[in-house]
Design a protein around this ligand. Structure first.
Ligand code: ADP
Length: 801
């Protein structure tokens, strides 16, 4: 049943006129209204669909009967019982019935008089009740008049303000002369709950009813006035800005409702970040421009994210953030000494560098490059410099970088574009003046994607790097305060233009004694700390450290030593965590318990078991190494077979050695025709690693001579040097590393070209302790020294003249 309410002059006046006085029977059929209250002197339309009610309306119409309209307490109830209806209602007459279809009619009813239900007489086919009518007496006193006029006034105002009330109602209100009628008419139009309306229906005293209705209408009038004010404010003289604000607020509300992100907050946040970033003018303009673009984009678009990330990059960079340098040189020296054993040369150079900076801050210092095998402390020295200066430390590996964009970034129009490694590093550092380590600068590559070294050149050049341009940022960044330090294993593969800009400090590697000292002073305390144990929990005897160095590592640096010591510390930590409290003393005899079987053996003793093998010294990027050159002979037609991935230079030097032996066969006491009946095979293990260079010349010669004379080479002798076809010995490189490698391998004598003597003399004393150096100018000088049994050299001096 749908409820419609209306006022029409006709309905209203028909009642006023009261053409035909209705008769009020004692029994009334009851018509429950779901969501409204029927008042006397008002008319209303209801749509009837229920069969029960249809029958009731039909019966009432047929018999011209009055019906009792009552309100339902709960509008959701479909079939109300007696308990579900209010007990005061309005006797009403049917004015008109419009039949839309058989089962769907609209009935217009007119409220006539209040009644009270005394009791229910019948429940079927519809409720019929015995009722008592309420006769309303209107006292014409001053108070009633005043209330009546007041209500009239309020009602007229409310009617003129409300859009929902037809205009005629205002005139109608003015023409009403009965206070009770006015109160009921206004009451039925109030926008209040059914319960409150019912209360007004049940207020039989006219004065009280007038007062209550006045109260309600007054409240409604206030609400209407406020709404009107807001409306006129908004529609009236709003300026453009206000209008925009208003619209934006509405848009925000709509977006919130749709669950979209609050992009305004985002923009405001970025705006603040831009303000706080202290950018130079160029970057500031760029950031603002981008923010302006961003504010016009839809937050869920891909472009929005790209643009936002770009602004964030700009704002996150330390445009104007520095750390204060600590240029107290004594303090710097103390920190460098604390962190690193020895390394006097690099340390001294660093102090000089800082001294100049202190006296002349504007002077652009050179770029330092630490060169040496892995694990000799290049990185940790850089870290230590940063600590001493109070600067941030950043390390960026350049190994395998082939693309210029890796250094300088991709333009931001590329999908997934990012700034290059330099700018990324600066962001991570969070300061404009970090110590910036460019690791493995010797492993830079070049290919079709551009030359990264030219971009690096700009980074490292003090004349240019105050305005380094990264493609992604698109604005320049000042790198002039950064202290760049490069590291490299090999200098030869550093692009010459870069090498030219750098000052190289070599760190060649450590001897066994130095390693022992470093382990005791630095590595062991560091590992103890890192594993959460105390120096009271573990002690390494010196002999144990030496044992680890000899049997478990073979390196120039300290990486493996550190790893093995870490393994032992870890095991001690496990024991301690289990509750064991006694101190663990690590002795040489215990080592295998912790580290398993020996990893390295003194190979020289094992390898040199027969004639045809000689020990050489080679240089690799990871330090010096000893190599064993093996020669073998078999029947054949004089071929020379070379295996072990030898490079051209090495192959040629093998040819040269063989030619020289053949030319001097008689002198060496070798059958001159050996070459006709046999083939010679020279192999250099490890076969999988490519080798090259001329420095194996004298070793190949010695191996061949041993093979052909059948005399063994001494076990504890190693050699390096290039030979010419005529037996002259030429100097070679990498002496420091080679000497250290020989020492590690337990070599007692090293044969070197005479011209390398100066290199040996430059080495620290402890590196050459216990080693005999034997310098030669021609190969025959080596022959007397290298073999276990003497080789017959009757015409020694004439060999090479
Ligand atoms: P690199 O960068 O040369 O490969 P690292 O800096 O990584 O070598 O050094 C490896 C380890 O050896 C580090 O733990 C470092 O502290 C230690 N180390 C190297 N040289 C020294 C030294 N002279 N004094 C103390 N510790 C050192």
């Amino acid at each position: 049943m749908k409820f419609l309410k209306f006022f029409s002059k006709k309905n209203y006046s028909s009642n006023l006129r009261g053409n035909k006085k209705p008769k009020f029977p004692k029994e009334l059929s009851l018509l429950p209204l779901r969501n409204s209250v029927m008042f006397p002197n008002t008319a209303t339309s209801i749509v009837v669909g229920r069969e029960k009610t249809l029958k009731q309306i039909n019966d009432a119409e047929k018999n011209r009967e009055i019906i009792g309209v009552v309100a339902q307490k709960d509008e959701t109830i479909e079939n109300p019982t007696y308990e579900d209806i209010y007990k005061v209602g309005t006797a009403s007459s049917i004015l008109r019935i419009s039949r839309l279809s058989e089962n769907n009619i609209t009935v217009t009813i007119q409220g006539l008089k209040r009644f009270k239900i005394k009791r229910i007489i019948r429940e079927e086919p519809y409720f019929t009740a015995l009722v008592e009518y309420i006769d309303e007496k209107e006292n014409k006193d001053v108070e009633t008049d005043a209330l009546f006029l007041g209500l009239k006034d309020l009602a007229s105002k409310a009617a003129s303000l409300s859009k929902n009330i037809p205009g005629e109602l205002v005139q109608m209100i003015q023409s009403i002369s009965s206070p009770a009628t006015l109160a009921d008419l206004v009451a039925s139009n109030l926008t209040i709950s059914v319960k409150e309306k019912q209360k007004l229906l049940e207020t039989f005293d006219i004065k009280t009813r007038l007062r209550l209705v006045s109260l309600h209408i007054n409240r409604e009038l206030q609400a209407l006035e406020i709404a009107e004010k807001i409306r006129s404010d908004v529609v009236g003289n709003v300026t453009k800005a206000q209008r925009e604000f208003y619209l934006k607020e509405q848009l925000k509300a709509i977006k919130k409702e749709l669950g979209e992100s609050d992009e305004d907050n985002d923009i405001a946040e970025l705006e603040k970040k831009i303000k706080d970033a202290e950018m130079p003018e160029e970057a500031l303009q760029e950031a603002k421009k981008e923010l302006n673009r961003l504010s016009k984009m839809h937050p869920s678009s891909a472009e929005y994210t790209v643009s936002r990330t770009y602004i964030e990059w700009l704002t996150d960079l330390p445009w104007n953030r520095y750390t204060e340098d600590n240029l107290d040189l004594d303090n710097v020296k103390q920190i460098l000494d604390e962190d690193h054993f020895n390394l006097e040369k690099p340390k001294k150079r660093i102090i000089e560098y800082l001294a100049v900076r202190k006296l002349k801050p504007q002077k652009k210092g050179p770029i330092l490059c630490f060169a040496g095998p892995p694990g000799v402390g290049k990185t940790s020295l850089g870290r230590s410099i940063a600590r001493a200066l109070g600067r941030k430390f950043i390390r960026v590996s350049l190994g395998g970088v082939r693309d210029e964009a890796e250094i300088r970034g991709h333009r931001k129009t590329y999908v997934g574009a990012m700034p290059g490694r330099i700018i990324q590093g600066i962001k991570r550092a969070g300061a404009k003046n970090p110590v910036f380590m460019l690791d493995e600068i010797d492993k830079l590559g070049t290919d079709f994607r551009g030359d990264p070294s030219s971009a690096l050149l700009e980074v490292l050049d003090p004349e240019q790097n105050f305005a380094f341009s990264d493609h992604y940022l698109n604005v320049s960044f000042d790198l002039s305060q950064v202290m760049f330090i490069a590291t490299a294993n090999v200098l030869e593969s550093i692009p010459p233009v870069l090498l030219d800009r750098m000052e190289v400090l070599s760190i060649p590697g450590y001897s066994e004694e130095e390693k022992t000292m470093i382990a005791k002073k630095h590595i062991i305390p560091k590992q103890i700390e890192e594993h959460g144990i105390k120096s009271d929990d573990i002690e390494f005897e010196d002999s144990a450290i030496v044992q680890i160095i000899r049997d478990y590592t073979r390196e120039s640096g300290l990486r493996n030593l550190e790893r093995e010591i870490a393994t032992i510390c870890r095991m001690t930590a496990v024991n301690k965590a289990k509750g064991e409290n006694k101190k663990t003393v690590i002795t040489a005899n215990d080592i295998h318990k912790y580290l398993g079987a020996k990893k390295f053996f003194s190979e020289t003793a094992l390898r040199i078991t027969r004639p045809g093998i000689a020990t050489g010294l080679s240089w690799t990027p990871s330090g010096g190494e000893i190599i064993f050159i093996e020669a073998s002979k078999m029947p054949g037609k004089g071929n020379l077979i070379l295996t072990g991935q030898l490079g051209d230079v090495m192959k040629e030097s093998a040819q040269a050695a063989l030619t020289f032996i053949r030319s001097q066969a008689e002198i060496f006491g070798i059958d001159e025709k050996f070459y006709e009946k046999s083939e010679i095979h020279i192999h250099v293990p490890a076969g999988a690693i490519p080798k090259d260079g001329p420095s194996a010349g004298i070793t190949i010669f010695t191996a061949l001579l041993s093979l052909l004379t059948g005399k063994k080479v001494k076990k504890d002798i190693a050699m390096t040097g290039e030979i010419t076809l005529r037996g002259t010995v030429l100097p070679v490189g990498g002496i420091k590393e080679k000497v250290l490698a020989a020492k590690r391998a337990g070599i007692k004598t090293i044969i070197l070209p005479l011209l390398n003597k100066k290199d040996v003399e430059e080495l620290p004393k402890e590196h050459i302790k216990d080693i005999e150096f034997f310098y030669i100018q021609s190969i025959d000088e080596a022959v007397g020294k290298s073999f276990e049994e003497e080789i017959n050299l009757p015409m020694q001096k004439s060999i090479y003249v």
